[in-house]
Design a protein around this ligand. Sequence first.
Ligand code: IVH
Length: 668
Amino acid sequence: MISKQEAKNRIIQLRETIEKHNHNYYVLSSPSISDFEFDIMLNDLAQLEKLFPDLADSDSPTQHVGSDITKEFIQREHKYPMLSLGNTYSEEDLMEFDTRVRKTIGNDFEYIVELKYDGASISLTYMNGKLQYGVTRGDGSRGDDVTTNIKTVKSIPLILQGNDFPNEFEIRGEIFMPHEVFNSLNKEKEAAGDQLFANPRNAASGTLKMLDSSMVAKRRLDCFLYYIIGDSLPTEFHFDNLQKAKEWGFKIPENIFKCTTIEQISTLITEWNIKRKQLPYDTDGIVIKVNSLKQQKQLGFTAKTPRWAIAYKFKAEQVKTKLLSVDFQVGRTGAITPVANLQPVQLAGTVVKRATLHNADQIILLDIRINDTVFVEKGGEIIPKIVGIDMSQRNSDSKPLKYAEDCPECGTRLIKNETEAKHFCPAEEICPPQIKGKIEHFVSRKAMNIEGLGEETVELLYNHNLIKNIADIYSLKKEQLSSLERMGEKSAENIIAGIEDSKKVPFERVLFALGIRFVGETVAKKIALTFRNIDFIKGASEQELKETDEIGEVIAQSIIAFFQNNKNIEIVNRLQAAGVKMEIEAIDNKLSDKFNGLSFVISGTFEKYSRDELKELIEKHGGKNTGSVSAKTSYLLAGENMGPAKLEKANKAGVKIISEEEFLKMIE
Ligand code: IVH
């Protein structure tokens, strides 16, 4: 048996690790371990706290749900706490659940079984048939008010049909991203060189927290609603209430079953663990609920979960195979990713030969060694990963894996910043995959969109010493191209024409094409619209950059570092001299001079226009947009969920605050 001191140390360590993973999952939408691994840790912690009750703590993660609260949205209290479900991976636990239920309410009852949708939970409040708020789970008692984003989800009715709905009620469900939307979003991200979403669930929760609701609308989220709460619900049964909700216009679970025994539920589990793979969205288990609301009341709640419902989670598919070797891959930004080469093995319909190992910490955590027998898992993630080792099969002479110290491509010593999980090759000017990666990004469709210059041609030009950086592209001559192998006169002509055409690409895309770390498409657009030309960006301080929407410290520092490097300045100057656009086009379609001499700050989210559209309107009427409120600001155009700091500053400086409606009246 574990000693009290050992238990204490383990409890402290587990609480810390679980809180870190909660933050990764709920706030950053970027989990670094599977649900299965997380649940095992949480379960270990609960067991230890049960074994040593005096080490229990009301702040322990076993006592509260993780929080997704972010500082960009205002928070709203949940009228009814938004609890989670007890969950299990074993049918034995389901039997225990069933026994407990029967002890309290006898045998005369029905279970309703639904699929467990894998997305982000949401609570919608309706008053007099109109959607009032959409709030995330948050910490269970209060969540982020994401109403403006929710209103872009087509399957959520803004106004209800019929007339038999309660005056006020809440309906809860799961926001999800269908596979088709997820795949095309990730394809776009890949083409743009942006970091991909690991799975549809992260994509859904990340999208729900975007500040620009017009971007949310483009992501085509969807929502199943599975739980109604209120003081005067139409019927006494969960199933019948959902049927009513369907009549009012809600999308309710498509697969929903009535059962009376655990055996029937067990059959459903086997059946749906296969059938779910054909569904156009992710599910990660089934949910079992007692149908009668009266009986639900009798069973009641624990501090964290209802006693009348439980979730059974499907295990991610796992296989065992042998780790043959580990490669260290260098990405466009110099980030190193260790990749495991595996003895090929069949997993969830495909042959898996490689799996990601994420970073050095993950390798240390797993203590993974060459020739180990490893467990490979394919959960919702795109790339399979190694989740554990079968220690019983480890060779006695195996040695810990040595992490790369030098770049495998250019030999430069790798570096690791404390704040980042990955090692980096700092030699961006000489490291071939970094150089080629930057050029490929520059010519890609979402950036300069230079026709004829794909990955292969870039490789060819690089190998022939014709291009070593993005500015070299503009010095290419037709003859240099046509003399290359596999390149005819016509292709050479097309490439030169493509390069010429790229000089018309607007500044915001040029800024994105430069490949500044963390400056993706949206950020580039925001910066370009705010600062207008490259010289203003070069000269901007960290503070000024941070005052732009969606720009935090990391992005601001990355921009500053980029322009502190003389090589980058030289490249930007050469691009400018070649005729590449380095400023926002002058606005020639001016609408009026109404706002001449006036400066505006925009904050929050709006109903009719996106923030970028409002900025454009301000400029078309002769006004100026600035990022931060000061005594010189004429108006603060305030939307929903506006940052409280901006509001306070505006009040202090005596700046006039106007709504979208008032603004539109001004330019009517
Ligand atoms: S019922 C009080 N039904 O799974 C219980 N939840 O791990 C209300 N979920 O918090 C929840 N599909 O976010 C319910 N058909 C379903 C569900 C479902 C997915 C989510 C929900 C919940 C979590 C529990």
